[in-house]
Design a protein around this ligand. Structure first.
Ligand SMILES: [Zn+2]
Length: 301
């Protein structure tokens, strides 16, 4: 499903799971509930469900098409993986259907970029074939952050169970097949693609920007922004951040850098139509959806 286009860049989403999910303080432990509710009142209705205090979050991959390359950014939870119950309950067919609806086969993906190695960003890296984990995209080069890999390897060595499962079934097979390229957090990937360091949510997370003519820009901001609420309250990091203070600093710096510009922001977990622009508002910010007309009336609420 199309999200946006800019010159010769096209961005589509492959949605694995969407809908209301966690309560405000489950996702943002430092949130002031009443202040949050005031912010939610000013936001689009597909972002928050007041009756049960549930925040809408989407799990999606982004399909980035530029001339000569088909690129996948982040790969959701995937299938057949031994994961905690909240991730096991998602049906996996919607993601596969969305992929097929783009007219693609797994061989068509040239590049897979994992912004970080959390459970919901690496799942479709591999599939279980005849009892073995195989790279899902046989011809793709996979981009992993070097610092991110080192951090998670250290976690595995410390006995972190979930990290061990993710590393073993979704990262190691890629490293062993020779398809992984470990890069620095500010790597230039060519074709106008550049990484931007975004530490805090995890130590090695990065954003991916695509620039045309030095100024027009689409920026995939990974989990810097889980929800537009964090534009109003940039200091509210999620309970899943390894360093919530650094995550907030990264968020504020990024917002200050791109606020009131034409940069199209593509955050991982913001519900469809996902793409937005950051607007400044004193020392806070606002998230605006520039393409609301692509959202069918009444859909997905
Ligand atoms: Zn995530």
């Amino acid at each position: 499903m199309k999200l946006c286009s800019l010159k010769d860049i096209e961005v589509a989403t492959l949605i694995e799971r969407e809908g209301p999910q966690r309560k405000t303080r489950e996702l943002f432990p430092s949130a002031d509930r009443e202040r949050a509710v005031e912010h939610f009142r000013e936001m689009e209705p597909f972002l928050y469900l007041p009756a049960s205090d549930r925040i809408y979050n989407t799990y999606q991959s982004f399909l980035l098409r530029i001339p000569g390359k088909t690129i996948l950014i982040d790969t959701c939870v995937g299938e057949d993986k031994a994961r905690p119950p909240q991730f096991m309950t998602y049906p996996k067919k919607p993601w596969l259907d969305a992929f097929a609806a783009e007219g693609l086969s797994f061989e068509d993906i040239d590049l897979v970029i994992c912004t970080h190695l959390h459970v919901d960003h690496v799942g479709w890296n591999t599939r279980l074939v005849d009892g073995h984990w195989q790279p899902t995209f046989p011809k793709a080069k996979y981009i992993f952050g070097r610092i991110e890999c080192e951090y998670w390897e250290a976690q595995v060595n410390k006995g972190n169970d979930l990290a061990g499962r993710i590393w073993t079934d979704s990262c190691l097979p890629i490293l062993r097949s020779g398809q992984a390229e470990l890069v620095e957090m500010d790597a230039d990937l060519g074709d106008g693609l550049r990484l931007r360091p975004a530490p805090g949510h995890t130590p090695g997370m990065f954003c991916v920007s695509v620039t045309r003519d030095d100024e027009d820009k689409v920026m995939f901001v990974a989990d810097v922004l889980h929800h537009p609420l964090q534009c109003r309250e940039p200091d509210w990091s999620t309970g899943f951040c390894t360093d919530p203070v650094l995550a907030a600093k990264t968020r504020r710096e990024l917002f200050e850098e791109i606020a009131d510009t034409d940069t199209l922001v593509v955050p991982e977990h913001v519900p469809f139509p996902t793409v937005g622009r950051i607007e400044s508002d004193g020392d806070r910010f606002r998230y605006s959806f520039p393409f609301p007309w692509w959202r069918p009336a009444g859909a997905r609420d």
